[in-house]
Design a protein around this ligand. Structure first.
Ligand SMILES: Nc1ncnc2c1ncn2[C@@H]1O[C@H](COP(=O)(O)OP(=O)(O)OP(=O)(O)O)[C@@H](O)[C@H]1O
Ligand SMILES: [Mg+2]
Length: 388
């Protein structure tokens, strides 16, 4: 059974199956008829995303940004679940995996919406879906994605699992597993706070606020609109933020000082939310900063957080922390070594069914120590109490 982690964020949709990573902007546009295609420029699996799902065609991600007449993104949780999640999640899964057999999915919701939206989310993506990818070379590839089981966890917990579990879903960092951990996941729209104490999720210290990077972007976009009369869509801001320069109708605007001010303000809002929320949790051993926004804000945020903050590695893309953790956790929950064992057995048996491929081809060492962790029914998060 292949396990795919899927994270449909307000900014980016991410998927990971232990081997392939997929990321594209959570942006959906109409599929226009492009009469002339130039084959210059970048070509990656997500730069020309044109799909058909349930008889409707869409451009997704940067392709929608570039080519669609009507482009839609959302900062509304209900709309994300109802209108975006299915399209984005199935597309991400379809790019990530080549398997034709059913898959299991681990995904997440902001902690503040976990109770309300888990059922709805599952209903949206569970079952079989037929998705066609219209490739640039004119070839269409239709894939059937069948999602058998789905497990939804609080989003920021994915980042903790990413540190605690190894790729086989076994606990690799016993030190962290025994600690009281606080995690701050700063995304495009939300900042999610969560506490994880000796592998138990602590609801009390977990919440969702809307101090995400989009709030900073909208302050900057408003200022630019006042000066240039141009309304810049928030999802177009990413590319200008890093350089600190934006060119509008040929005129250059330097936004680096404004960015500094806005980021300083956002960091202090997040730090004060954190201090208030975790006032009585002064015994947190380690604080983990995660999510793409933490990369942008860490230089402003780390110095003003009281506690032992794990610095973000320069070589990691923090946008993937949750989704990688989802996949590792799925392997813990559903048993990766068991899957490898059964695949090994199949390989040794003469079989007609050579088409049941699985994209997990990495040469992971097979061990059977953790098979006791497999196939246990989950009751909320209580399974986590069991330590290895
Ligand atoms: N290489 C990058 N390209 C684009 N954005 C980046 C990059 N690295 C970090 N970022 C930041 O990452 C942020 C998005 O982070 P992330 O993917 O974690 O958010 P999200 O999960 O989509 O949002 P949310 O958690 O609110 O639903 C962007 O706002 C941007 O500031
Ligand atoms: Mg996120």
């Amino acid at each position: 059974m292949e396990i795919v982690g899927i994270d449909v964020g307000f900014g980016f949709t991410k998927a990971y199956n232990g081997k392939n990573s997929v990321i594209f902007k959570s942006l959906i546009g109409d599929a226009t008829d492009i009469q002339f295609r130039s084959f210059l420029g970048e070509d990656s699996s997500t730069s020309n995303l044109h799909i058909t799902l349930e008889d409707k065609s869409y451009f997704l991600g940067s392709y929608a940004e570039l080519q669609s007449t009507i482009r839609e993104f959302t900062l509304d949780q209900e709309k994300l679940i109802e209108d975006f999640v299915k399209i984005l999640a199935i597309a991400a899964a379809g790019i990530c995996t080549d398997t034709t057999v059913p898959i299991n999915v681990v995904s997440g919701l902001p902690v503040g919406y976990l109770r309300r939206d888990t059922k709805k989310f599952k209903k949206m993506i569970q079952g079989s879906h037929e998705i066609t990818f219209h490739n640039r070379d004119g070839q269409d590839v239709t894939k059937k994605i069948t999602i058998e089981k789905i497990h939804i966890i609080p989003q920021p917990i994915g980042s903790i699992f990413n540190l605690i579990f190894d790729d086989n879903g076994k606990i690799k960092n016993k030190g962290l597993a025994k600690q009281k951990l606080g995690v701050v996941d700063i995304g495009f729209k939300t900042s999610d706070f969560s506490i994880f104490d000796h592998l138990q999720y602590i609801e009390r210290g977990s919440t969702t606020t809307d101090t995400g990077i989009s709030k900073c972007f909208s302050v900057i976009a408003n200022k630019l609109r006042q000066e240039s009369n141009i309304n810049i869509e928030l999802y177009r801001m990413f590319q200008f933020i890093e350089s600190g320069m934006i060119k509008i109708r040929g005129k250059e605007y330097n936004i680096s000082n404004l960015k500094k001010r806005v980021y300083t303000h956002a960091a202090s809002a997040i730090a004060s939310d954190l201090n208030r929320l975790w006032e009585n949790d002064w015994d947190i051993d380690t604080i983990i900063l995660s999510g793409g926004g933490s990369v942008e804000l860490s230089e402003y945020l780390s110095p003003i957080i009281d506690g032992n903050v794990i610095p973000i590695g320069k070589d990691v893309d923090a946008r993937f922390n949750n989704v990688q953790g989802y996949c590792k956790f799925g392997r813990y929950k559903w048993g990766y070594s068991k899957f490898l064992d059964s695949r090994e057995e199949k390989k040794n048996q003469p079989s007609k069914d050579t088409g049941a491929e699985n994209s997990e081809k990495s040469s992971t060492k097979e061990t059977s120590e953790d098979t006791e962790n497999t196939e246990k029914p989950s009751k909320g998060l209580s399974w986590l109490r069991r330590q290895s």
